[in-house]
Design a protein around this ligand. Sequence first.
Ligand code: MG
Length: 353
Amino acid sequence: MFESRAGETGPSGRPLLHVDADCFFAAVALRGRPDLARRPVAVVNHMFVASANYPARRRGVRGGTTVAEAVHACPGLVLLDVPHAEVEEVSDALFGVFHRFAAAVEPGSVEEAFLDVRAGDWGEAARTAQTLRAQVLLELGVTVSVGVGRTKLMAKLASRAAKPDGLHLIEPHHEAELRAGLPISRVWGIGPKTLTRLANLDVHRLADLDRVPREAVQRLCGTTMARRLTQIRNGTDDAVVRPVQHRESLSAEVSTEGYARPDHTPAAMARLCTERVLRRAEKAGLSGTGILLTLQPRDGGRPERRRQSGTPGDGWVHTASALLEREPVPPLAGLRVTLTGLAPAGQEPETLF
Ligand SMILES: [Mg+2]
């Protein structure tokens, strides 16, 4: 979770980068296991596939499916636990690299971001992207793909086309043709409901919008979505990289249902995660004003959240265990600790009220 601030950059026609790590969780898990690199590997969280490497993907393994489905699709699939602590560290380091290369970084997730590298032209953007890719591999041992485009949508489409371990540019003179033929389903942020409504208007590609009155789209999809579609069709869609000053929260997570890991007690998991999250906050020069425990029950039920606010300097490890003692804890598949209300250490957090 990040906080957006003033000082955002664009739209200026400057090429923007979308940087996205390739099968991130699996790549982190495989860093120390070159023996497995060519074998199909999936990393698993709470009995679901969190990420699969490319050999596994080629054999039909997809993120979000159950372990049973994945093994059915790909007998011989190697299963590893999500290495949560390493994922958190590599993600922090990845954003460290992003900030060294870019004047503005807008995070999309733990492993992807839009970057404004202030490239003067497309050649410079491509060179910077390649240097960044080499640097990430050298420092962190994982690959990232980079898309370069004039708007965020173009940069994101380009990074998808670049995968895995590649660079792809969508230069402005290719945009018009690409936009016209673009299937609506590939436009980022268009949900299944909107897709169905547009299909009812016989709109499947962006250019199909040209023969439908704007009012019809508005009536079916709402004003905001209609405006957004028009902007995407016309090329006036979002080209602003909104930088963040600092994170609003930091999380650390651990699972009990490991393939190689012994079970932890809830108290031990809470301590482990709290210590990890505090270490990362300290490294980033941040302190929190609240703690949130998310308990993932083993029976697959809804996660339970317990929170407590306090002041920086509170003993968060103690607070975390007190939260566990407040009520009985069900058998757990995993536990996450989130430090919330982050602000630069030694500074009072800003409040709206
Ligand atoms: Mg990714």
